[in-house]
Design a protein around this ligand. Structure first.
Ligand SMILES: [Fe+2]
Length: 252
């Protein structure tokens, strides 16, 4: 990733103004593998502001056992974070908090009775956009059943970065099944710019050009990702893809 970014340093262009909202980032400090502190989060938000974003939703990892976060702890930290961002005088708004929930065979059992954090409803409704991710290495049987169960509970399930799972074929039956079930797909902006390699870039582009994608996310973890976004903002193809699609980001 580093080599990719330092090959040619770019200046930020506000190509995300049309998108308005970022639906996926890890800028709540010290709760996962994202930002390491307030300074880093503010720096990332400043860059995102320069790139045209007006609102962000925080989506910290809930990934057992690596990041065994509890919803009530995250909500408490969120309130404090929001206050500190507003004190820093940034124009970009921290609009809400969701989570990025890693699904595994025991997910439903572990989260039984827990109100999961969802994007876009400020947690005042019973349901909202539930961002989920899968293992980046192995697929597990029953994945579709777990998603179906979450939908039955009223969650609108959004799958984060489908292009990043090596075992998912973009034209294959799992993606088709997910679409049929009404699962929304969220592609990472950085995937479109080759941040995760050429294979992932191609898969992301395939999804967008086949109109499979409802949302874009930055998945910003730290300043390296923010620099990646600056790089992506100079990619005319991405700019065109954003203006040609009607992503749900705009309405949140
Ligand atoms: Fe993420």
């Amino acid at each position: 990733m580093l080599e990719f970014l330092f090959r040619n340093k770019k200046t930020p262009r506000p190509i995300f103004a049309g998108l308005k909202t970022d639906m996926h980032c890890h800028l709540l400090p010290m709760v996962d593998d994202g930002s390491k502190g307030m300074e880093e989060s503010i720096s990332c938000l400043q860059t995102m502001e320069q790139l045209g974003y007006r609102r962000v939703y925080l989506t910290p990892h809930f990934q057992y056992p690596r990041f065994d976060n509890r919803e009530e702890d995250i909500l408490r930290l969120y309130e404090d974070f929001k206050q500190q961002v507003s004190n820093a005088g940034l124009k970009i708004e921290v609009a809400g908090i969701g989570g990025e929930y890693r699904l595994d065979p025991d997910f439903l059992e572990r989260k039984k009775g827990t109100k999961l954090l969802t994007i876009g409803d400020d947690n005042t409704m019973d349901a909202g956009y539930l961002l989920v991710e899968l293992s980046l290495q192995h697929k597990f049987p029953g994945m579709l059943d777990i998603i179906r169960e979450l939908q039955q509970e009223g969650y609108v399930v959004v799958l984060a970065h489908p292009e990043r799972y090596p075992y998912l074929n973009m034209g294959g039956r799992e993606i088709a099944a997910l679409k049929e079930m009404g699962v929304l797909l969220q592609v990472n902006v950085l995937s479109l710019d080759g941040f995760y390699g050429e294979g992932v870039r191609k898969k992301a582009e395939y999804l967008l050009t086949h109109n499979y994608v409802e949302m874009l996310g930055s998945d910003t973890h730290n300043v390296l990702y923010a620099q990646g976004l600056v790089h992506a903002s100079n990619n005319r193809k991405i700019e065109k893809l954003i203006s040609n699609n009607n992503f749900l980001n705009i309405d949140l």
